[in-house]
Design a protein around this ligand. Sequence first.
Ligand code: ATP
Ligand code: MG
Length: 490
Amino acid sequence: MLKKLTRALFGKPGKSRLPAATDTETASLPAALQALDLPDSVRILTRDEHGISRKQISPNALKVLYRLGDAGFHAFLVGGGVRDLLLKGSPKDFDISTDATPEEVRELFRNSRIIGRRFKIVHIRFGREIIEVTTFRAHHQADTTISDNSSRKTMRDMDSAHSDAGMILRDNVYGSIGEDALRRDFTINALYYTTRGFVVLDFADGQNDLDQRMIRIIGDPETRYREDPVRLLRAIRFAAKLDFRIEPSTEEPIDHLADLLGSVSPARLFDETLKLLAGGNAERTYALITRYRIMDYLFPATRAATPDPDSSAARLVQLALRNTDRRLQQSKSITPAFLYAALLWPPLLEALKERGIGPDERPRQPVLQEAANEVVTAQLQYTAIPRRFTAMMREIWDLQWRLMPTTPRRTRGAFEHPRFRAAYDFLVLREEAGEQTHGQGQWWTEFQRADEERQNQLLADLQSNREGGKKRRRRSRPKRNKGNPDGGSE
Ligand code: ATP
Ligand code: MG
């Protein structure tokens, strides 16, 4: 009955394209999709089965799907957009996969540009929204291997290439939708939605893994991780984000392949650390990257400086991540500079300690700068932090000492500093983490809440405390100079 109905709606299904499946799990193939060379194993989910409605899809993504379709191409929503809709969540972005080449897509959309070398991708911009369009890609033949130090010319001349270690260096070999699906990372990311017949094509049993709440890599796990070690991070990211388990054979190699991350460019790793830690699930993700020894390849100095999870240094990192998650939940802004300032604070304290500066001592400017340089330079070998963020991190660090209320003039100066707010938030987290800060955070909390009169009073108190302190010191000095060890206690 169902078959009859769908046939009446969409036309006769292609003979060999449909899997041998029951009526309940597979619908007929819409006529418009019959030209696609679908593998027998594809599962077709009808609108009733997948429940995705066009209302949930960004109007811009729909516009792209329809315009590509009208121009005679196949176009599908794919990846996180489909996955998150099937999970009844709201997708972060909408990615589209098509049989049009990047150049053909570019011609259809004036507001588009081709980006990427490793993968050619078209970005179509609609105001602040970017729809990413990729062309169906085929899987690589591992025999198109080039050695890591081969000439640039050789690489440029090839559309696809692997390094000796099995890593994909270039990936612009176009293929069928079935091939495209199998070169995606996880089964739950290989689901394709089309407005032609409103079906979802499931190439790797992804719907089943969504039901089982499971992250499962497509193909042989070790080969797939070697092709692109960032998939190690992606497995963890999705497990944390979706609160899914990682399927055992997908999970098993993560530990011992973690060192492959050493071959990923620091620029790409910086982007990935942000996806891991600034995606709203930082706390859970951090617990996983620690468990899988990934920290050694992302933040080795942080790991080395936080051996005790109950130390104030480790707690500060934890609190900063929790704070980031909370801010994102409340739709507040976050900056990578704050996150990195927190992650690298424990190594900074260590670097200061090596220079003889204790945790609650004030380092001289050149000493602080030298220690900060050392920590930042070491981290840049792993994740290439853009300069605007390193500059802001240094300011947040520097202000930690400048926020020690001293003279009214300096205190006002710190308050008016453009990074005051971030530095104050950081100080409060340090206090919460159990660091000894002599109540500085509380002082500033009171100062900010106070009206002008009260603020002046607090500053005047500072001044008189200072003068009191100075007088005491001045009087005590002559006695000490006379060799009286108990001198100064009045
Ligand atoms: P998010 O919600 O974070 O956007 P996503 O799954 O959409 O999740 P993207 O980075 O936007 O992730 O990638 C879109 C899709 O491209 C993925 O769902 C996956 O199918 C494919 N993909 C992305 N990165 C890789 C990779 N490293 N290896 C294989 N496939 C990948
Ligand atoms: Mg996406």
